[in-house]
Design a protein around this ligand. Sequence first.
Ligand code: BGC
Length: 824
Amino acid sequence: MQLTREAVERGVVPATRRGRGRGRWRAPALCSVAALGLVVVAGCSTATTTGAATPAPRGASSAGARVTEAAPAARDSAAARGVAAAERIAAMLGPAASQGPAQDTARREAFIDSLLSQMTLEEKLGQLNQPPGQWGDTGPVVSKGGEADVRAGHAGSFLGVYGAAYTRRLQQAAGESRLHVPLLFGYDVIHGFRTIFPVPLAEASSWDPATVERSARIAATEASAWGVTWTFAPMVDIARDPRWGRIVEGSGEDPYLGSMMAAAKVRGFQGDDLAANNTLMATAKHFAAYGAAEGGRDYNTAEVSNRTLHAIYLPPFHAAVMEGVGSVMAGFDEVAGVPMHANGPLINGVLRHDWGFHGLVVSDYTGIMELQRHGVAGTPEQAGILGLKAGVDIDMVSGIYLKDLPAAVDSGLLPVRDVDRAVKRVLRAKWDLGLFQDPYRYSDAAREKARTLTPADLQAAREEARESMVLLKNDSVLPLRKDLGTIAVIGSLADDSLSCLGPWHGAGEAKDAVTILEGIRQAVSPGTKVIYAKGVTPVLGGTDTTGFPAAMKAVRQADAVVLVVGETQDMSGEAASRADIDLPGVQLALAKQIIATGKPVVVVLMNGRPLATPWLAEHAPAILEAWFLGVQMGPAVADVVFGDANPSGKLPVTVPRAVGQIPIYYDHKNTGRPPNPNDHYTSKYLHLPWTPLYPFGYGLSYTTFEVGAPRLSSATMRPGDTLTVSVDVTNTGKRAGTEVVQLYLHDEVRSVTPPVKELRGFQRVQLDPGQTKTVSFPITVDDLAFWGLANRWIYEPGWFTVFVGSSSVDVKSARFDLLEGSGS
Ligand code: BGC
């Protein structure tokens, strides 16, 4: 739930809610070989096992070295009390403050055991309680009585409360509680805190993990200066249904690309040292298969097979865990009849036991309470027991753990060891963040001022925004000249600063965003006239055409038209599912009139989901998919429209022709009757092609590239070998540009039906005109693994096809053979 001043003021937030594998794919637990009965299942000991030993969260063992860092000087008596509390905590830590990492874990555990032994049941449950903040006069604050709750030890963390001075004050209150346990401040820092970057779906369109890591690093630096210690991001849900509004918050449809982005975000948020004052603990959410909501309706049931769960929905979570993510959030959905907040087999089983995740699991907003509505708990107490036993450590907003679990413990229904386990995880997170050493390390007013909306961060936001656009069509219209006589800019979205920020924009403010209209005005030559006409506003079911005449008048005067259409920011995101995915309202009607003039028209799409726009695809001279690009949207769009930047984005999600094709994704199965236009009894539609409007991985440039045929280092490989695929990429056009070279694999025959192809590698390649570079992709059995019949990751010997190209359909192929036995 996005809690921003704008949302509250505009009444968007309902009253009840106001107030608040680095670079490589790794099969999660690849363990054996079996080939259609030919090869004996080898067992875990003989095969590559990649998922068993999960590293502890980064920084988990370095916090202790920071004990000597002094608490900030006392500024008033309350601050003095806080410093005293910090000193008391330091005294509790004992003398071994400067010992190295090996000792740190032992010290941490000894400290936590000692602290736990002093806690009452009420104080323990307080640590598991996370109340929401609410909007105050100057920013987010705790609700009435919140500070007293902190002093009483009834809150271990807050949702949506930030601000250096205010979080400092709350840490002081925590210091005045009996055991002085510091607070965590969690917030949805999704794609920026105040400096808002492109929405995650747009970031994924860059296919550039390095830029995504950088944006998360900047977001963490900014948010942590405002007292935030913990972000509820990245959202790593795979989404294959564009009706689902939250598709905008993730990286699209593909588990491989999603895993790369998940890992990059975790690295960016958490940095190398969780205890540093400019890093945040990250949260991989929403565990699991939340994006598989039936009908694309938010919060709906996920009906996925165990295989689909493991092959498609879980890999990005696994990647986040391998990268050391500190926490995971349970999803609002149910999987196979078990709500995720009560799903012990997936949380305690797969996540903790199989993957070795040691961090925190936090509920989603009122997720524990909702177990009653799901129909698996008859009372709040039962809901609390189910949640805690399933492994959900922190109860966000429901308040059930604090209020209803004492009785459950007293009556023996809930063993206190279950409570202790969860409390220890919370205390470990606080230790790892360095809060026991200095509860004020994230609440620094000077840093808050200096680190907000800095010119360098704005420049980074502009650079990422440029990379995040996808050029869908260009009939030699783009780039436009900056010295045209008159340019007409049409569409209310062109002048909508709030929509630039997207649906979930943290502490971002509309006033900080530069619109497309403004970006164009800034970019054109002094002699160029820019005429703006609103023309049309995206309204679901809207029929208002009163702006059309003025828009057409502007178009008639113009040498070129930039038509900005799509969705406003509140049409995607949480609880913003749509049953149609076309252009809302009468936007298409205006587009038809404008395009009929024959003028050079550039359609810029602003939207949070793939939009089915077949008419535009056929008739518009140029289409630029811009998504929502953040505070620097306008300058970045102008950079691309006028050719200062050459687009290089690729679609991270398939774009359907019509809503009826959903779900549609590139790694589908072949079926026994693959589509054949000449054969009636094959898998297709009567009245519409089965193919997408735009395929996964697609995106144009202002130059052209030739991706050659793949060359293999060997025609065969064995488990343990690395096979190298090389391909030459040439810039065959007249401008410098970047091509995203993509590698897909297909297992020809195996015991479980294979997808037609699966992404297993990509590289961005920067090329000058005429230049050729050779790109290499290593392939190991990890890349060939699949979730086998025995419910584990396996690979099977046999023939594989490797595809290399510039999208999921524009590819060249070669074949190799995976042999039995072990390689070099
Ligand atoms: C969303 C989560 C979010 C939480 C806290 C929920 O409604 O589903 O993604 O982290 O609110 O804001």
